[in-house]
Design a protein around this ligand. Structure first.
Ligand code: SF4
Ligand code: SF4
Length: 229
C-alpha cells in the first residue's frame, strides 16, 4: 500500500482530511513507527464538543464525545492497515500530549495553518476540525506544510473569547475555561460560565472557534455522513 492508498483509506474510514509525516514529529511514537497518518475530522455539529461525566471503577472525569469518535475511527483505520499486512496502531487520547503534539503534526502534514486563535485552521472547515494519528511501519511519502498562510488576522477569535485567554500575548492556558485539568479557581469559573444541559453533561467553550469566519459554511452532505458515521 502506498501513501495515496493509505490516505484514501483514511477518508473511506470516516476522516475528512489526511496527511503523512515522519516519526520525528512525534517523539513518543512507538519505536517501530516509520510514518504517521495525521487525520482530521470536521466537527461541524456542536454535539462533538459536549462532554459527559463518567464515574466508573474509581475513575471520575469529564469525557469528551469527539475523542471517542476519533479513537473509534482511528482504531478502525489501524485495523484496516493491519488487515493489509502493515504493522499499525492508533493514538490513544489518555496520554496523547506526551506522544504527539497534534497541532504541530497537523500543520506539518499540510492539513491547516496555525491561526491567531492558536488552533489549526483548515482551508475547508476553519478551526472546526479535530485531529488524531495512526502510526505505521511503512515508508510512505511525506506531505509538507502549506505554503499559503490564509488566517485572515481579523482577530475575531480574540474578540470572541470571554476571558481574554487569547490575544496579542498568545494563549494563556490559565484563563481558558475549556481547560481539562482546571485549578480550583478555574473549576468555579467553569461552573459559572459553561452550560450544563443535564447534570452529567456540559458544553465546552468554543467561542474562539465559532467566531472564525473561515469555513463557516456547513456542507449538507457532511451532516448526512455524520449521522451515518
Ligand atoms: S475555548 Fe473559550 S476561553 Fe478558551 S480560548 Fe477559546 S474562547 Fe477563550
Ligand atoms: S478568527 Fe480571524 S484571526 Fe482568528 S483564526 Fe480565524 S481567520 Fe484567523
Amino acid at each position: 500500500m502506498n501513501a495515496a492508498a493509505a490516505k484514501a483509506l483514511a477518508l473511506e474510514t470516516g476522516f475528512d482530511k489526511a496527511g503523512i509525516v515522519g516519526p520525528e514529529v512525534a517523539p513518543g511514537a512507538p519505536g517501530w513507527t516509520r510514518s504517521m497518518l495525521v487525520l482530521g475530522l470536521a466537527t461541524l455539529d456542536e454535539a462533538f464538543d459536549y462532554e459527559i461525566y463518567i464515574a466508573y471503577d474509581g475513575h471520575c472525569r469529564w469525557h469528551k464525545f469527539v475523542y471517542a469518535v476519533l479513537e473509534a475511527r482511528s482504531a478502525r483505520l489501524a485495523g484496516c492497515l493491519r488487515a493489509a499486512g502493515l504493522r499499525a496502531d492508533h493514538l490513544l487520547f489518555d496520554d496523547s500530549i506526551s506522544v504527539i503534539d497534534l497541532r504541530v503534526a497537523a500543520v506539518a502534514a499540510g492539513l491547516g495553518v496555525e491561526g491567531l486563535n492558536g488552533l489549526v485552521v483548515s482551508p475547508e472547515y476553519g478551526p472546526r476540525i479535530r485531529f488524531t494519528a495512526v502510526f505505521a511501519a511503512a515508508d510512505w511519502q511525506r506531505d509538507g506544510a502549506l505554503g499559503d498562510y490564509y488566517c485572515l488576522n481579523c482577530t475575531r477569535c480574540w474578540g470572541g473569547c470571554p476571558t481574554a485567554a487569547i490575544g496579542p500575548q498568545g494563549f494563556d492556558r490559565s484563563l481558558c475555561i475549556a481547560e481539562f485539568n482546571p485549578t480550583p479557581a478555574m473549576a468555579i469559573r467553569q461552573r459559572e460560565m459553561q452550560t450544563y444541559p443535564t447534570p452529567v453533561t456540559r458544553s465546552q467553550c468554543v467561542a474562539c472557534l465559532a467566531a472564525c469566519p473561515i469555513g463557516q459554511r456547513r456542507p449538507v452532505e457532511r451532516w448526512v455522513d455524520v449521522r451515518r458515521g
